[in-house]
Design a protein around this ligand. Sequence first.
Ligand code: NAD
Length: 298
Amino acid sequence: MKVGFIGLGNMGNPMASNVRRAGHDLSVYDLRRQAASPLEDLGAAWADSPRAVAAASEVVLSSLPGPPEVEAVVLGDDGVFAGLAEGAAYIDMSTNSPAVIRKLAEVGNARGFQVLDAPVTGGVPRARDASLTVFVGATQDEFARFQPLLSAIGSNVFHMGEVGCGNVTKLVNNMMAFVNFMGAAEGLAIGAKAGVDPQLLVDAIKTGSGNSTINEFALPAFLRGETGLGFATALATKDVHLAVELAKECGVPAEVGPLVEQALTHFRDAGHGGDDIMAIVHDIVQRSGVDVSGKKSS
Ligand code: NAD
């Protein structure tokens, strides 16, 4: 299949690599020209604009920061919809607003394009080994057409409903993850400051009712001294913000999500937007005056 890929960052690069390794022809574009180098080494072709990517492709995938970037890339004068042929498809794999992808689907469908959302979860390590979970919003026919391609990127490909349902699922997933992330970071600081060895705390909770992906993977990575999970604080803030907006749109009286949104926004606006989300664990531990070996430092 002739595949285009736009947005070659932490996630897009390994995802596009796996598309290429699965044997597809690949055209790529990113605002940062150098981001394409590892893909060109695998035989991908650089295209000068989203429009040029689309003109060379039967399906264009994107992995962009969020709704404003997706709208610009799709609807701009040199955008994807300016280059796609009738019957071709656009699949957004960014974490996006369900309302925005539904609007793009309406515009695209009217011009004869298929439009799907397929956001992913699992982070950079699972993007590298093609074991991501993919939440797809599409018609049955669209899902059947693109499931094999998406299976080159993720080992769990779920059809969640019509276009937009992929992002509804993804926003719920990420709100749950970041509520847990903040709780786990605070829990680590409390446990360590109150005298329990942090590694033992994490190991014991792995078999307890407080266990989670964050406890199993993020906190051990922090305790090993790793500095990042490959996910920027600004993107986490965007995700929880979009989830809280969705709660408002649906009339769900969410209370915990907005608190976590506020904490993330505060951290982002204090100059940490570009920092990896792991910086929040460092910040809480540091402000608690405890070191990661569990000794009280103040
Ligand atoms: P990133 O910032 O590393 O990559 C985004 C890429 O998009 C960058 O290379 C940037 O140059 C490019 N870009 C931005 N605007 C552009 C434009 N107008 N035209 C072309 N390229 C443009 O972000 P990421 O971590 O790879 O995340 C991408 C998406 O995947 C986001 O929506 C994020 O929420 C989601 N996501 C990230 C993770 C993760 O662990 N990093 C996990 C799941 C989902």
